[in-house]
Structure formats: C-alpha cells, structure tokens
Design a protein around this ligand. Structure first.
Ligand code: NAD
Length: 496
C-alpha cells in the first residue's frame, strides 16, 4: 500500500509518496506473515505511518531473488559499463526527487531540512555517482612467476550481499553500502533501520525506473532480531556489511561464524577525541569542535565526545565553545522551521539513554557548563551539553553516548594527551588542532583510530577509506578500499 505525506512547512511545501511494503524481486509485496511497525516523528513523538515488517521468510524470498538476478542478469553477466550507467540513472532519479527525499529524512530523522537535503541526500547522490564511476574500473594485476607461466588476478563479486544499516544517516549509510556493492556486481538484500525506513522505501521506488534487472536490489524492512538476524545467518549470503552498535556487531559476527563463515564488514561505535593544543587556531578549533560533537545532534559514529584542551588556552576555549553550544541550543526546534540548527534525538529510547548519561555525569561529579536538560515538552529534544571537570573513569568519558553531550578534560603535555586519548576500547576517529604541523602529524600517527582529522573534525570524504581500529569495526568503506570490501580475489595460473 502507499502512503502520502503532505508537507506545508516554511522549508518545504509538497507531497511525498512511498510504498510501505517490501521491495523484493522488483516488486512491492506484503510480508508472508502480515506485520507492521509504526514509524515515529521524533520532533513530536507521534506516529507517521505503519510500514510492513518482514520476517526470515521474506529474507529467504529476497535472497532467492537476489541469487537469481546475480546468476542471470548481474554479476559476471553484466558489464561494468552497464552497471555504471544504471547507477548514474538511479542517482539522477534521486536528484530529481531530492526535495521529497529531504522532506522524508527531516520528518523521520529530525534533521534540519536544509541539512538533510545537502548533506544526507546530496551526499548519497554523490556517493552513488562516485561508485558508478568505479563500475568499469575494477581491475586485477598480472603477476610474474616464471617464463612458462602466466598469472593474473580477478576481483570478482561475492554474489548476494546482506546490508544492515542504522538510523542516524539513513540515505547516507544506504549509499555507502549500495554504491560499491552494485559497482562491483553484487546483488543486495538490504535492511534499513526499523526506526527510519521512509527514504529507503522512496529509494526502492526508483529501482525499476532506473532499469535494474529485478532482484538486483531488494529492500526488506523489519526488526533487527528478525530480518537482521535472518540476513546474518543466511547460508546463501556470502558477505554482510553492517553499521550500528558494537553489541549488534558482535551478534552479526557470531551468526556469520556459526553459519557459513560469511565475510563481515562492521562499522561500529566510537568515543572519538578532539585534542586542542595551545598553539591551535582558536577560532577554527572551536568551530570544528562544535561540529565534531553537535552535528546531527551528536548521533554520529565519529562524534568527538571527549574534548582534551591544553591548559594554556583552556579558559578561553571553554568560554567561546560554551557560547557556540548556547547559540546552537537557542536554534533548537522543528526541522522544517527556518533557522533551526538543532533537532531532536531519534527516539524515546535514545532520549532516555542520553538523559541517563547526563544524570550519570552529574552524579559522578562532572560540572554542567551548558545544557544538561531537555528542550520543550514534546518530541525528543536535548540541549547541547558540555561537561567540564571530567576524569578518565567517568561513564561519560568511557561509553558512547550518541547524543549532544561532550566531556571536557584539561591536559598538560603531548605525551599525556596521547595516553588519555588512546585509553578507550574504540578507535574510529580523532581530531587534532595545532599550527605546529610536525606535532599535528606526530599525534595523528600516534592515535589509535581509523580516521585522523587535522585542523578539522569528522570531515569524512567519500574518496578516503573509512573504518575503525579496535572495537570500532572491521574492514573499510568508501574510496577505492570499498571495491576490495565487495570483491574477492581470484588468482588465475596458466601454463604456457
Ligand atoms: P543497533 O545496532 O541496534 O541497530 C542498527 C541496525 O542493526 C538496525 O537496522 C537494527 O535493526 C539492526 N539490528 C539490531 N539487532 C540486530 C541483530 N541481532 N541482528 C542483525 N541486525 C540487528 O543500533 P541502535 O539500537 O539503532 O542504536 C543503539 C546504539 O548503537 C546507539 O546508541 C549507538 O551507540 C550505536 N549506533 C552507532 C551507529 C554508527 O554509525 N556507528 C549508528 C547507530 C547506532
């Protein structure tokens, strides 16, 4: 069945229409066992629409459709040039519908409409185009062995890949997964987050129009413990890519190990540090530090939730950083109002979780410099929050909060701050501010993280590999590295 939402807001006026079913084998279908999930608007806490919720039975059907498509119309049967062409067409179609996509992302995700349009949807279009460009450039090597032999490598697709994505960047994460998988010739069974499925459904509605053979892309909505688990355990799925919590990542790795040893890519949580040395460009450091923790209401895996400030600039930094957080808090509101910069947390569960961390910070003796409370009466809004006087063993310093909450710690020396920053089980990203480039590079190399940003913060680019050290994940996405992630190498040996 279809669902239409009429937007009559300052940012966007128009109607967005989606199909709320499961998209399998190029068709909209109902789940084998009828069930629905209510999708909620986080700005109000009210239901938007029910959508279909699949089960393992629907995953079986989707995998069969994906396998058939792989064998007959995609994979090694479809030249890279053609795959790239279809992907470019898909990107064009998303662009033609960008306002509707952005409106659905803002409605379902609580993101400011303008940000949803430029960052989330604009970014997703760019990623799909980038990988469309790779589709005819996946190449192996020839390898010298001896004069009587020719050897070369081929980078072949896995076949059917399973993809499970979170709610913080619904279209962004979808594009990171779908782009390289399609470019390399895999077929897909993707499960969006049950919390934010609307743009994935809109996306599914464009697959046939773009001209993909049926079964190349299948979107199966549903819960993690049903659809997600069925994907992780499926014996025909050769590879799985997941973004979300470390806890779920463990379950997926275990399921993969206990079934068919499918190859697993995991993008998990983080507790990324921002380090500001005395010699930093203060204005830039403050601006980026705010972006580092407060962008997307702190709901980023690379959120820099620990901020280490060298003692010489501590007071000055804190004063101006707090002022920025206050300004951001003052621009809290409905994502469709002009001037809104800060929206709600995604769900009641996340709201409760983040408020729980704020309470624990207070109980542990950290001081609230700004924020520390909810905003408004309805929806899941939390004010940008800065804790000072934090010590390394506090929960707010150790655990991923996934909200607009940061812990500030004062430090004296480079050696000390490297030690402090690496004192975490996570290793996703780090941000370093210093005008001394030798020091900045030295520290970037010393920190245990998959991405190091110097004089900027969580400024991920699609051309550069992205992924975690330590418990932040396994494998890499983005850039050329994602081509390796979605292919398996065959060595061909020929006697001549
Ligand atoms: P989650 O890991 O539970 O959910 C992410 C995805 O995994 C969703 O699609 C979910 O349905 C699915 N899933 C859940 N259980 C599963 C299972 N047993 N098998 C297979 N798939 C399963 O994350 P969440 O509940 O949405 O958020 C909880 C925490 O996860 C957050 O507070 C944050 O710490 C972290 N998180 C991290 C990221 C990131 O980008 N690294 C994104 C979202 C959430």
């Amino acid at each position: 069945s279809t669902f239409s939402y009429a937007f009559d807001t300052p940012a966007y006026k128009g109607t967005a229409t989606i199909n709320t079913g499961l998209f399998i084998g190029g068709q909209w279908v109902d789940p084998v066992e009828p069930a629905t999930i209510d999708v909620v608007n986080p700005s109000t806490g009210k239901a938007i629409t029910p959508i279909s919720a699949g089960s393992s039975k629907d995953v079986d059907i989707a995998v069969a459709a994906a396998k058939k498509a792989y064998k007959t119309a995609w994979g090694l049967k479809c030249p890279g040039v053609t795959r790239g062409k279809l992907m470019n067409k898909l990107a064009d179609l998303i662009e033609q519908n960008i306002d509707e996509f952005a409106a659905l992302e803002a409605l379902n995700g609580g993101k400011a409409y303008g940000v949803a349009k430029s960052v989330d949807i604009g970014g997703a279009i760019a990623v799909i185009r980038y990988y469309a460009g790779w589709a005819d450039k996946v190449q192996g090597k020839t390898i010298e062995t001896n004069e009587n032999k020719l050897a070369y490598t081929r980078h072949e697709p896995y076949g059917v890949v399973g993809q499970i994505i979170p709610w913080n960047f619904p279209m962004g994460m979808l594009s990171w997964k779908v782009g390289p998988a399609l470019a390399t010739g895999n077929t897909i069974v993707l499960k969006p987050s049950e919390i934010t499925p609307l743009t994935a459904l809109k996306f599914a509605g464009l697959i046939n129009e773009a001209g993909f053979p049926p079964g190349v892309v299948n979107i199966v909505n549903g819960y993690g413990h049903t659809v997600g688990q069925a994907i992780s355990e499926h014996p025909v799925i050769e590879k799985i890519a997941f973004t979300g919590s470390t806890l779920t990542g463990r379950k997926i790795l275990k399921a993969a190990a206990e079934t068919n040893l499918k190859v697993v890519t995991l993008e998990l949580g983080g507790k990324s540090p921002t380090i500001i040395f005395d010699d930093a460009d203060l204005e830039q450091a403050i601006k980026w530090s705010a972006h580092g923790i407060f962008f997307n209401m702190g709901q980023c895996c690379t959120a820099a939730s620990r901020i280490f400030i060298q003692e010489g600039i501590y007071d000055k930094f804190l004063e101006q950083f707090t002022a920025i957080a206050k300004g951001l808090g003052d621009s809290t509101g409905d994502p469709f109002e002009q001037g809104t910069k800060h929206g709600p947390q995604i769900s009641q569960t996340q709201f409760d979780r983040v408020m729980g961390y704020i309470e624990s910070g207070k109980a542990d003796g950290a001081k609230v410099a700004i924020g520390g409370e909810r905003y408004g009466e309805e929806g899941y809004f939390i004010k940008p929050t800065i804790f000072t006087d934090c010590t390394p063993n506090m929960k707010i310093v150790r655990e991923e909060i996934f909200g607009p909450v940061c812990a500030v710690i004062k430090f004296k020396t480079e050696e000390e701050v490297i030690e402090l920053a690496n004192d975490t089980v996570y290793g996703l990203a780090c941000n370093i501010f210093s005008e001394n480039s030798s020091r900045a590079i030295r520290v970037a190399h010393a920190l245990e993280a998959g991405s190091a940003f110097v004089n900027c913060a969580q400024a991920t680019e699609m051309f550069v590999p992205f992924g975690g050290f330590k418990q932040s994940g396994i494998g890499r996405e983005l850039g050329e590295y994602a081509i390796d992630t979605y292919t398996q190498v065959k060595g061909v040996h020929i006697n001549i």
